[in-house]
Write a protein that binds this ligand. Sequence first.
Ligand code: 5CA
Length: 438
Amino acid sequence: MRLSRLFLPTLKETPTEAQIVSHRLMLRAGMIRQHAAGIYNWLPLGTRVLQNIIQIVREEQNAAGAQEIIMPTIQSGDLWKESGRYDDYGPEMLRIKDRHERDMLYGPTHEEVVTDIFRNNVKSYRDLPKNMYQIHWKFRDEVRPRFGVMRGREFLMKDAYSFDIDFVRSRHAYNQMFVAYLRTFSRMGLKAIPMRADSGPIGGDMSHEFIVLAETGESAVFCHRGLVDMKVPENVDYDADLQPIIDAWTSLYAVTDEKHDIATEAKLGADLVKARGIEVGHIFHFGTKYSGPMKAVVTAADGGTVAVMMGSYGIGVSRLVGAIIEASHDDAGIIWPESVAPFRVGLINLKTGDAACDAACTKLYSELTKAGVSVLYDDREDRAGVKFADMDLIGIPWQVVIGPKGVAKGQAEVKRRAGGARDECPIDSVVGRFVGKA
Ligand code: 5CA
């Protein structure tokens, strides 16, 4: 993509409405624009990052055996009357009447809808287990939407729902999602710590939040050092017993501020890590809480009928964009991990209009593009300082700088955005540095 053609409305000034660094940087880097309180437009740069995050979430969900579906954003209120949550959910639910005066709502979550799909289509234990997920927009009429996409009213969530015949298998489904979450966040360059949590309005007997560590995070986190250093499982066999992995991750102390316990902290001594964090995922095991009242029953092996055991598993996909920025930025701007970066290489032409610079840049741009490396080519006729500042601000992991002096010697400068290390190399060798490497 040529920067001169990209819709990238960057801002030099810090927007006054933004209180946290990720919100400021998302506005300044032209990723988002507010439409109404807690409701955002995603511009091209933001959309590219969001799509990369979606893709990682999707790959890890699929690998864990979940199947992608799409459910409606607008739901019928009748289902929520069946589950008993229509009145309980309160003012966070955006309620709508259609032209026939029927109660509709913009879905804040989808337990009822997915349970309805299940009960209408699955009748036998032989069809189990099943896990279905979607990556879709939710609406929660939060009292105080704030911090940009971190606490929006409309936000993108990955929500998965598991159905099993008994408790043991249902726990296995929970464990599969637990491990998939560890892998998902780690692929995005994040340190995510699972913590025992309250299940709130979703309900159930067990739940874990996944908290990403970031200095500017919303909540204080206290945990055992072992969790911060723990290795995320590779090459997982999701059919195998995952309980040992779960035990390793849940046996060490980890709490947010409302639950912190001074006596345990004192015992941990030097092993205690005090940090700040952001909740990017939340998983719930709730058995028959919805399948019971909504009569999602299947025939069992012994000929009887049983209500299926369920769990639900959320990831704050749009929140993750903010969380990654909170965890990875400096004074100059965003520092994208390569796995989610909107472009991998930023190609800077220091003297647009200079025949030699233009020729070298055009050639590199087309070769990199042909080789499958995503490039943002700054071909604007701006000052070098503006180009450097913009490229730092939008956080492209690698900058390739082409200027008149270098071109005369056949040299380019390559800068790593993270850490700022730079080196000179022959222009001819630039493509080779990026091809075939993740
Ligand atoms: N039905 C369950 C799991 S599918 C559920 O709704 N869980 S949740 O309420 O915990 O939401 C899942 C994730 O969505 C949260 O961990 C958080 O990362 C994200 N999320 C929740 N509310 C918001 C919000 N207002 N803005 C942005 N992200 C949010």
